[in-house]
Ligand binder design. Structure first.
Ligand code: UD1
Length: 395
């Protein structure tokens, strides 16, 4: 029997990436779409929100992501400018390709912008990593999540709490599908290829004797505007990290926003080079190696909370809330906020052996993207057969 063909009346799936945290989510989806029978045709659009070699190209290489079919080249700007530019440049792409749907991942500005363009043109929106809520509207990502989910026709979730969040916002449960976590698909796929810590440090120009082989170390990432944009917040955070580094050497993979602010506020002196190794933003395999070998991770990233849970490495999250509660309930994550005493206390507890190792959440099994491919194919095929089906306006 020959393999089934992609229905002639269905256009390709436009898959959108924009910023670093999108790339590890999209890579397994593209693999699963190519492997699906029939293969799901894809047009990969990069908005260009992130563009540096360190924020973009290295991740594309590590994750073996194909070269985007289209790069909108929007670059940096205020949220308004960035969002508006993506919208303006994305619209003609939809006219050219007439896709069956637009698939967006995560919660960055590009996610919202492309969803808004698609929904206005009556093209179905598919959101991967739907329903996560911090219930903190000061986070730009929270606005992006809420609005993208309101526009989405098909919503794929990573944890069961997401479904309840969506239902509370009036989103029909029939549109929601719990598939697991594509970011963990990437992690499991790449874990064996993770770069050794010594190599990562050497590549960053850190002297070989900075960390003796086998010694414990911690990893830091910080980039949330609420943590790094005001000197009154950033200064005590860095001072706390410096104190922690007296007990545990720390490797700080520094986001461009954080680096720029440290320089602008003149806070470089707070980071003792002998105990805190400052690295540029890392590739995917480097970051995986750094986290996998760490005694603990201190972060304000959403993605790292999930990755450390999958690795069983204690994670102290320097935020008051999380949109990923399963990482706290079942995983290795602890919310410690940004009060210095709480951070130091929690760190001491981990160093004393009380760190959480947690367990792997339901369906974080490396197969989430395959479940998305199967469901999306069934959903689009059904819509193609009944063009006026509710929730699908145009295929
Ligand atoms: C964005 C996402 C955030 C994600 C983060 C990961 C939104 C609202 N935020 O925040 O969810 O966790 O990416 O990195 O979409 N910059 C560079 N090189 C680049 C990209 C950015 O130097 O390749 C600089 C920009 O000039 C800017 C700063 O980094 O000053 C912030 O970039 P931006 O894309 O605005 O937001 P992020 O803070 O990275």
């Amino acid at each position: 029997m020959s393999a089934p063909a992609w229905p002639a009346q269905l256009g390709p799936v436009i898959c959108v990436v924009g910023a670093r945290p999108n790339f590890m989510k999209m890579a397994p989806i593209l693999r699963a779409f190519a492997a699906h029978s029939p293969a799901i045709p894809v047009v990969l659009v990069h908005t260009g929100q992130h563009y540096d070699r360190s924020m973009n190209d290295r991740l594309f290489e590590d994750l073996k992501l194909p070269h985007p079919d289209i790069n909108l080249g929007v670059g940096s700007g205020s949220h308004t400018v960035q969002t508006a530019e993506v919208m303006r440049r994305f619209e003609p792409v939809l006219d050219d390709y007439r896709p069956s749907c637009v698939l967006v991942v995560g919660d960055v500005n590009s996610t919202l912008a492309c969803s808004l363009v698609a929904v206005k043109k009556e093209i179905p929106v598919v959101h991967v990593e739907a329903g996560l809520r911090s219930y903190d509207r000061r986070m730009p990502e929270e606005i992006n999540r809420v609005l993208t989910d309101q526009m989405a026709d098909r919503l794929y979730t990573t944890e069961r709490s997401a479904q309840a969040n969506l239902e509370a916002e009036g989103i029909d449960a029939a549109r929601v599908c719990f598939v697991g976590n594509v970011m963990i698909d990437s992690l499991l796929h790449n874990r064996a290829m993770a770069r050794p810590v010594a190599q990562t440090l050497a590549e960053a120009g850190i002297a070989a004797d900075w960390l003796a082989p086998g010694s414990a170390y911690g990893v830091i990432t910080l980039h949330r505007p609420s943590n790094v944009d005001q000197p009154e917040t950033l200064q005590p955070l860095l001072a706390t990290l410096a104190r922690i580094s007296e007990h545990l050497p720390l490797i700080f993979a520094m986001h461009p926003r954080t680096r720029a602010n440290i320089e602008r506020f003149g806070l470089q002196e707070l980071l003792p080079a002998a105990r805190i190794a400052v690295l540029p933003p890392q590739g995917y395999l480097e970051m995986l190696g750094l986290m996998d070998g760490a005694r603990l991770v201190l972060t304000d990233s959403g993605g790292l909370q999930e990755e450390t849970t999958a690795l069983g490495v204690p994670c102290l999250t320097l935020r008051e809330n999380t949109e990923r509660p399963i990482t706290v309930e079942q995983g290795s994550n602890t919310l410690v906020g940004i009060v210095p005493a709480s951070i130091e206390q929690a760190t001491q507890a981990v160093l004393a052996g009380a760190g959480k190792s947690g367990r792997m959440p339901e369906l974080w099994d490396g197969q989430a993207a395959e479940r998305i491919a199967a469901d999306l194919y069934a959903w689009l095929s059904a819509a193609a057969a009944t063009p006026h089906a509710e929730g699908v306006r145009h295929v």
